[in-house]
Ligand binder design. Structure first.
Ligand code: MN
Length: 254
């Protein structure tokens, strides 16, 4: 019998290599293959698709709190994936996972998310990629449902692959998995409620406390599905062209 290599799975996140969420996702990934954890060395939530261009990146061998080996990078989630792809891996991954993020990455959160951007960067580089988030910010939240949802989506992707340019964005509430459904990104935004205060030197400062506002309703929307206590999986793409409008507008002469 010939020996086949187990799938190589790269795991990243935006909360840092020490977070409970990446620990949980690493445990899930280990059921499916050989795992490498390459993640930011510090909290990088809401950095979006930012990359580091004006300072050197360092990649240091570290131990996760569980004792697992990981590589910590002094950069963003997208930096981690780019560096992993170009320099840090002895063979290319078969799958890239990002998460489990502590906090929802549904609706407009997708665009601010470092977690999703790690997965998106992997998609850009040609790897099947899945972002996984728990809608509960609490680092002590029960991630079992997120882990079960991730497990089902990983099986699906390892079996079926993903079309070029498509990333899967998984969100689940804390607690056991109730259901897992395909969804669309809900139109939503933050009502930017900055808390304005005054520092000890009498200068004003502002702290973002934005309130999430849902701008549409529908049973197939990520935010709605999560609100019903179910897990959501949304196919997303980094191609930002407004395709529908492009077909309309191109009839006009400029
Ligand atoms: Mn985060």
């Amino acid at each position: 019998m010939s020996e086949t290599l187990r799938p190589l799975i790269l795991v990243c996140n935006d909360d840092g290599f020490y977070s409970p969420g990446i620990q949980k996702l690493t445990e899930v990934a280990q059921r499916f293959g050989e795992v490498r954890v390459i993640a930011p060395d510090r909290q990088q939530s809401a950095v979006g698709h930012s990359i580091t261009i004006s300072q050197p990146l360092r990649a240091n061998k570290v131990k996760m709190p569980s004792g697992l080996d990981a590589t910590a990078v002094n950069g963003t989630p997208a930096d981690c994936i780019k560096l992993a792809h170009d320099k840090l891996m002895d063979r290319k991954p078969d799958l890239v996972l990002s998460g489990i993020n502590h906090g929802s990455n549904a609706g407009i959160n997708i665009i601010y998310s470092g977690t999703v951007s790690a997965a998106t960067e992997a998609t850009i580089l040609g790897y099947p990629a899945i972002a996984v988030s728990c809608s509960d910010f609490d680092e002590d939240a029960d991630l079992s449902g997120c882990a079960d949802a991730a497990s089902r989506v990983i099986q699906f992707v390892l079996k079926n692959g993903l079309p070029k340019g498509v990333t899967l964005n998984v969100n689940a509430p804390a607690g056991p998995l109730k259901d897992l459904v395909w969804t669309k990104q809900a139109d939503s935004r933050y009502v930017e409620e900055y808390d304005g205060r005054v520092d000890p030197f009498n200068r004003p400062y502002y702290w973002m406390t934005g309130k999430f506002e849902l701008l549409e309703n529908g049973s197939d929307l990520d935010v709605s599905v999560i609100d019903e206590g179910k897990a959501s999986v949304t196919p997303i793409q980094y191609d930002l062209t407004a395709h529908g409008f492009f077909h309309e507008i191109k009839k006009n002469v400029l």
